[in-house]
Design a protein around this ligand. Structure first.
Ligand code: IVH
Length: 664
């Protein structure tokens, strides 16, 4: 408990006072929930200085301190439908029989800073930050510079004192612009829009605040609401009418409708012009809100329904080594299963040995795991301060975990390799999986599960054996209890895959270094398989974008008798392709352009991006020059990015690239 309390205090200070959070919101929530859990099960242990009932630390002293007439509260959290039910049950507990299951109102939980605004007879007189909930800072001068904040409410001149509370935030577009400008001027950038908004409001010079793109969204009326209005949705409709900006509001009658609305916003939230970190659900009737009341610093009639965490902490139990198709040995982290971004994750890739060293990660460590959208989960942080004292550093295995052949780490390469080649069952198996995959031979009916089973039963050893499976249908039925119809479907799918393209076939062979894009280039350049197989290294290098290493690997591949035999057997079994049509790039949208790709892309492999660019008529080159039309820059772009910037080559981010693909 002490450890959690001290950690929360430190993080509260970093977040609320310094505007410089060390933790992701969801990591912070996790710490907080751990403490709440202990406090709930052991109320006798609750510490007098527990940060659970305290909104933040003391405000900085540069602005005048103002005590709120009515404290500014915090909100409890729910994370799923069960939690939401629990919240509604607790609301019902405070209501009589006739009042059960009240109407709820839902709003976006805006990710900015809570601010209280006061209007005297319609005139804006004061803005105060939340601060610690009791006392905040007077930021009136800065607030006046917020473009959509009404300074005069013609419809409220009869109201002696009107208090509207809401969120000051920085819209995403403005945030990006601000950071771009900061970069140009070599100044410090902000970590996220919330920090940028906080930093702007805290400027002592209102001229600086005025230059920042801030916006105010109202979400409650705390004093001076006309007594004809008796609901939260009515209050928001009213402030909208008299001149405030409010965000989307939905009134729901039951938990299912609330869940539906929450899910629809979860889907579309990335399209909003500003960031939100969840929804807020409030009892709609103001009279019922009063009746239901408060629990310490939180209303019992409202709660935040947070989005599934995209970064969570968990324990790494072990690091295991997997053998890939071309023998690459990659480390896989085995996690204490944890829900992140809506799915349970128990494995995480650690990429390579260098990454393990960079992260300095060990079995037993607490790690932060990030997963957003469809992106593969990854470890973004290791909590070294929580490392058990008896943990050992991870070492690279000296022999292959599958076939025991020696493992080598070639100079200058990130990936260690098993030297077993196709003697290694793991590599045989991966080669099979690659061969049938969608972008290779596309044998849809022969899923990975059957393929591995047939492999383990010895029905197939090499890819050529796949086209002999029709002679083994009895065994297939025996081994796997497959019905005759399923077996027939598999055989049909295998048969259908015989008609392919040269590019797919080359790719399916799984030559090291030959991805989809290179396979396509080979097919274009050589037009037929035999010329490719017979080409010497000098000729191979002439293929667009084929470097020395790939040329050499390809040359060696076609000199191995085993590979020639497999190719002959495939052709003999009836695998064929149409004559390669030379791509006319003329008239294609990117004709005449030269692109370079660097860094890691989120949505596709680099080879795939390359193939897409080529399909649109662009040349894809490996190095930047003054002739380069554009650089497609993914994550961790390095020297190519610097060079492109120097040469003034256009830099295209992944999002922009996807937009171009959509457009053309
Ligand atoms: S209502 C008593 N509505 O969330 C109700 N808060 O965790 C208190 N927030 O300090 C606030 N959007 O900064 C409310 N639509 C919304 C909100 C919202 C964002 C923030 C606000 C508050 C915090 C509570």
């Amino acid at each position: 408990m002490r450890t959690l309390i001290e950690a929360l205090k430190t993080h509260n200070y970093a977040y609320y006072v310094l505007d410089n959070p060390v933790l992701d919101d969801s990591e912070y929530d996790q710490l907080r929930r751990s403490l709440v859990k202990i406090e709930t099960s052991h109320p006798e242990l609750v510490q007098p200085d527990s940060p659970i009932n305290q909104v933040g630390d003391m405000p900085l002293s540069a602005f005048t301190q103002v005590t709120h007439d009515i404290p500014m509260l915090s909100l409890g959290n729910v994370f799923d439908y069960d939690d939401l039910h629990g919240f509604m049950r607790r609301v019902n507990d405070r209501l009589n029989d006739a009042q059960q299951n009240p109407e709820y109102e839902m709003e976006l939980k805006l990710d900015g800073l809570a601010v209280s605004l006061k209007y005297a007879h319609g005139k804006f007189v004061q803005a105060v930050t939340r601060g610690d909930g009791q006392t905040g800072e007077d930021i009136t001068q800065n607030a006046k510079t917020i473009r959509n904040l009404p300074l005069w409410l013609a419809a409220a001149t009869d109201i002696e004192l009107l208090e509207v509370r809401g969120e000051v935030l920085m819209p995403k577009a403005g945030f990006e612009r601000l950071n771009r400008l900061a970069l140009e001027k070599d100044e410090k950038t902000f970590a996220n829009p919330r920090n940028a908004a906080a930093g702007s409001l805290r400027q002592l010079d209102p001229a600086i605040a005025a230059s920042r793109p801030l916006a105010f969204y109202g979400y409650s009326v705390n004093q001076g609401l006309p007594n004809t209005i008796d609901t939260q949705s009515g209050a928001l409709a009213w402030i909208k009418e008299i001149g405030f900006t409010v965000s989307d509001v939905e009134v729901v009658k039951n938990p299912r409708a609330a869940q539906r609305y929450y899910e629809s916003v979860t889907e579309t939230r990335h399209d909003l012009p500003f960031e939100i970190d969840g929804m807020v659900i409030k009892v709609n009737s103001l009279a019922l809100q009063q009746q239901i009341g408060f629990l310490s610093r939180e209303p019992r009639w409202a709660t935040a329904y947070k989005f599934p965490a995209e970064t969570v902490m968990t324990r790494l139990h072990a690091v295991e080594w997997q053998v890939g198709r071309t023998g690459q040995i990659t480390p896989v982290g085995k996690l204490e299963p944890v829900k992140v971004g809506g799915v349970t994750v128990s494995n995480v890739t650690l990429h390579n040995f260098g990454e393990i060293q960079r992260l300095d990660v060990r079995a037993g460590d607490t790690v932060s795991v990030h997963r957003a959208g469809d992106v593969i989960p990854k470890v973004t942080r290791v909590w070294h301060e929580q490392r058990p004292s008896d943990s050992d550093a991870v070492t690279l295995p000296s022999t292959c975990p599958v076939c025991d052949s020696p493992v080598v780490l070639p100079e200058g390469e990130a990936l260690a390799r098993c030297t077993g080649g196709l003697f290694c069952p793991a590599q045989q198996q991966e080669a099979l999986i690659h061969f049938v995959s969608r972008r290779a031979m596309d044998i849809d009916g022969l899923g990975e599960r059957w393929l591995i089973s047939f492999f383990e039963h010895g029905l197939i050893k090499t890819v050529a054996d796949i086209y002999q499976l029709q002679h083994h249908t009895d065994e297939m039925i025996n081994f796997e209890k497959l019905g005759e119809k399923s077996v027939q479907n598999i055989i049909n799918a295998i048969d259908a895959s015989k008609h392919t393209t040269l590019a797919r076939f080359i790719y399916a062979l799984g030559i090291r270094g030959v991805g989809e894009g290179t396979a396509q280039n080979f097919a274009q350049y050589f037009s037929d398989l035999d010329s490719l197989m017979n080409a010497d290294i000098e000729t191979l290098i002439k293929t667009p974008d084929v470097g020395e290493i790939t040329a050499e690997l390809t040359y060696k591949f076609f000199r191995a008798p085993h590979n020639i035999e497999v190719i002959d057997r495939l052709r003999a079994a009836g695998v064929y392709w149409n004559k390669v049509e030379q791509l006319a790039s003329e008239g294609l949208p990117l004709d005449g352009q030269t692109w370079v790709i660097t860094g890691a892309l989120d949505s596709m492999a680099r080879d795939e991006a390359k193939a897409k660019l080529q399909a649109l008529g662009a040349k894809v080159s490996g190095s930047i020059s003054a002739k380069t039309t554009a650089l497609l820059a993914g994550d961790k772009a390095g020297s190519k990015l610097t060079k492109a910037e120097k040469l003034g080559v256009k830099i295209v981010a992944e999002e922009e690239f996807l937009a171009i693909l959509k457009e053309v």
